[in-house]
Ligand binder design. Structure first.
Ligand code: BGP
Length: 479
């Protein structure tokens, strides 16, 4: 179709991954064990688990990823063939500080990213880097209790400083914590552990523990923003928010209020990171609950001084909610507050497909945070089939991207949203973060591997590869 609207000159088109979901090589080059390395495979509705260290007989798909650690030169050639001008990945914290609390970094790990970024730049692709993407050193969980401990701020800053200094000429766009708000959304132990390294016991009040951990992460993020600008004033350092707008199921005022509270709860992180302070409703809520969150006067100044340059976000789906009589104060608890939205379709994994929700979100964030935006994840996880002709005809993925990119373009061209770029998630098939499956594929590039890690690992181009190539070549005009 040719209904697209060209993006402004210099708009970044790329793809996005995270180190632990594709690199493999989990014990190479002196790498330490990350939280992702002790997460088992899930599948068929069975959730992933975090084991206490590496256990015999368990499957840990992040150990092998798609072997990008060894194959990246070949993969980057394919990215360049597609026309990508940027590539979002993370720096595995455990390659640089294997345990997280060392004072000196691991040179072999730093060298790996020297080479990776050089290979990208050689191919006309600028790296966009997330510092922490669900892969903190496992040792920091065991020895310090993860982000419930203020000491983590220093460990993260040391890691950030080493990366900022080492790659100051190769990387301009950075993000501190991937989907920092996810830990508050799902309100179950897995994301809390995955993102914040919180191993909760029955004695813990999970909710205040979560707010405390998030606060330390946001202080660390704000300090990193300030430090990064000192190291290179041209750095652009962003937040990274998982954006799933929550709609009221009906126009009943109580449903609208519930949806508003859902948005406030899911996105207060953006308020803190972009505006530099906590919103009134949350301070009031903590007071009513009797939560005594450790927030010092110095912390408040740090948050104010370290607001982000832009807001990176992932967008996959929207949600809907409604008020309940047993919840008169509109407390948002995501596990119990969401309802089916009859107006949108769903993926095989139940993720609601809502292209207009992307445009809506872009408007909402622009109005609220007044920062440039960067879509650093968007995509369609699906079961792909290699057909008799040896190809993957993923017209469903093309349709998903067509519809979302069109809404993105309207937000820029018709609503005045300032957007830096667009990096579809998992543009090369990789290990799913939530399920540990290989079968949940997002890529334009197919990787021959199954959930058990069997396969040739050969890469091939799906139909969507050629489609996205033409989108990039036309700067978004030819969808
Ligand atoms: C986001 C994460 C990614 C990624 C993506 C798709 O939440 O930032 O790491 O994996 O979602 O999710 P999944 O892999 O669970 O399908």
């Amino acid at each position: 179709m040719t209904d697209g609207i060209a993006m402004p000159k210099g708009f970044l088109w790329g793809g996005a991954v995270a180190a632990h979901q594709l690199e493999g090589g989990w014990q190479e080059g002196g790498k330490g064990v990350s939280i992702a390395d002790v997460m088992t495979a899930g599948a068929n509705g069975v959730a992933r688990r975090v084991t206490d260290g590496i256990k015999q007989g368990e499957i840990y798909p992040n150990h092998w990823g798609i072997d990008f650690y060894h194959r990246y030169p070949e993969d980057i050639k394919l990215f360049a063939e597609m026309g990508m001008t940027c590539f979002r990945t993370s720096i595995a914290w455990t390659r640089i500080f294997p345990n997280g609390d060392e004072t000196e970094p691991n040179e072999a790990g730093l060298k790996f990213y020297d080479d990776l970024f050089a290979e990208c730049l050689k191919n006309g692709i600028q790296p966009v880097v997330t510092l922490s993407h669900f892969e903190m050193p496992y040792h920091l969980v065991k020895a310090y209790g993860g982000w419930r401990n203020r000491k983590l701020i220093d460990f993260f800053l040391r890691f950030a400083k080493v990366c900022f200094k080492r790659y100051r000429h190769q990387v301009k766009y950075w993000m501190t914590f991937n989907e920092i708000n996810n830990q508050a959304n799902w309100r179950d132990p897995h994301p809390l552990l995955q993102n914040s390294g919180l191993q909760l016991t029955d004695a813990d009040d999970w909710e205040s523990a979560m707010y405390q951990a998030a606060h330390y992460e946001m202080v660390a993020s704000a300090l990193a923003v300030k430090l990064g600008h000192e190291i290179n004033p041209d750095f652009q350092i962003g937040a990274m928010i998982a954006m799933c707008p929550v709609y009221p199921l009906t126009a009943k005022p109580a449903d609208v209020m519930m949806a508003e509270r859902a948005m406030q709860t899911r996105y207060y992180y953006g308020d803190v990171q972009a505006l530099g302070h906590y919103p009134a409703w949350l301070l009031n809520y903590w007071q009513r609950k009797g939560f005594d969150i450790d927030i010092t006067t110095a912390d408040k100044a740090i948050l104010q001084a370290g607001t982000v340059d832009y807001v990176g976000f992932s967008y996959y789906m929207s949600f809907a909610t409604k008020a309940r009589a047993d919840n008169p104060n509109y407390v948002y608890d995501e596990q119990h507050a969401l309802v089916n939205n009859p107006y949108v379709e769903k993926s095989d994994w139940g993720w609601q497909i809502d292209p207009i929700g992307l445009r809506y979100s872009m408007n909402w964030m622009t109005d609220r945070w007044h920062k440039p935006l960067f879509i650093v994840e968007n995509g369609f996880g699906a079961h792909d089939k290699v057909t008799a002709d040896g190809h993957i005809h993923d017209d469903y993925r093309i349709k998903y991207f067509h519809d979302h990119i069109l809404q993105m373009e309207k937000a820029v061209a018709l609503d005045g949203v300032d957007l830096i770029g667009y990096t579809p998630w998992g543009h090369i098939d990789l290990i799913s973060a939530s399920t540990g499956e290989m079968a949940k594929r997002y890529g334009f590039i197919y990787v021959d591997q199954d959930d058990q890690g069997h396969g040739t690992l050969a890469r091939s181009r799906k139909d969507s590869f050629y489609w996205f190539k033409q989108v990039i070549a036309s700067n978004g005009a030819d969808l």
